[in-house]
Write a protein that binds this ligand. Structure first.
Ligand SMILES: Nc1ncnc2c1ncn2[C@@H]1O[C@H](COP(=O)(O)OP(=O)(O)OP(=O)(O)O)[C@@H](O)[C@H]1O
Ligand SMILES: O=C(O)C1=C[C@@H](O)[C@@H](O)[C@H](O)C1
Ligand SMILES: [Mg+2]
Length: 184
């Protein structure tokens, strides 16, 4: 079975929704940011501040190259994975790519919850940083994705339901996964 790859801006729910989706489909879940943190023994912010963004992007590239070879896995990428076309090319080889979106206000609200953990938003006016990065990246997410799901006004379990529906309709899932109602 193909991997299910979640892409999208910070705060669109790739990590939290990805974990739920993997539980629902009984698949392994890999979060690229978490894997880098574990392997490096540092948080993403510490990596950015100590070695710089370019170094982080190299680690991200190497980690994605490794994980993209898995099968049957739910993969949550970091928000900047689309910046390198090689990342997308290798993820697509064995994966179907889902773009999670959310409005700038909701992104701001969700990313404010764990301040200090997203170095690119660690500045005096994070709203402007969000607007600028969204503008730069929107077309990259669009071009990389097979399906798009707007998470703005949805609970994580509703996003999971929608992902399962689009994957099933697209012929990417076989058999039944647990019914929607179990998650309330
Ligand atoms: N659909 C949702 N409704 C409400 N809150 C959500 C939803 N999805 C995620 N969240 C919350 O928003 C915050 C950010 O979510 P998450 O870390 O999953 O985003 P992400 O896309 O993985 O971001 P990053 O690219 O920075 O890793 C978390 O506090 C999470 O619980
Ligand atoms: O959007 C981005 O460029 C990033 C998103 C996070 O997931 C982390 O990968 C890191 O903070 C960079
Ligand atoms: Mg994440």
């Amino acid at each position: 079975m193909k991997n299910i790859v979640l892409i999208g801006f910070m705060g669109t729910g790739k990590s939290s929704t990805g974990r739920l989706l993997a539980q629902r489909l009984r698949r392994v879940f890999v979060d690229i940011d978490r894997k880098i943190e574990l392997e490096q023994g540092m948080t993403i912010s510490e990596i950015f501040h100590t070695y710089g963004e370019e170094y982080f992007r190299q680690r991200e590239r190497a980690t994605i190259a490794k994980v993209a070879r898995y099968t049957n896995t739910v993969i949550a990428t970091g928000g900047g994975a689309v910046l390198n076309p090689d990342n997308i090319a290798c993820l697509k080889r064995r994966g179907v790519v889902i773009w999670l979106t959310a409005s700038p206000d909701v992104i701001f609200e969700r990313t404010s919850r764990r301040r200090g953990s997203r170095p690119l938003l660690d500045r005096p006016n994070p709203r402007d940083a969000i607007a600028g990065l969204l503008e730069e990246r929107q077309r990259l997410y669009q071009a990389a994705s097979d399906f798009t799901i707007d998470t703005t006004a949805k609970k994580p379990w509703q996003v999971v339901d929608e992902i399962v529906d689009v994957l099933r309709q697209g012929g990417y899932l076989r058999g039944r996964s647990r019914s929607k109602s179990w998650q309330g």
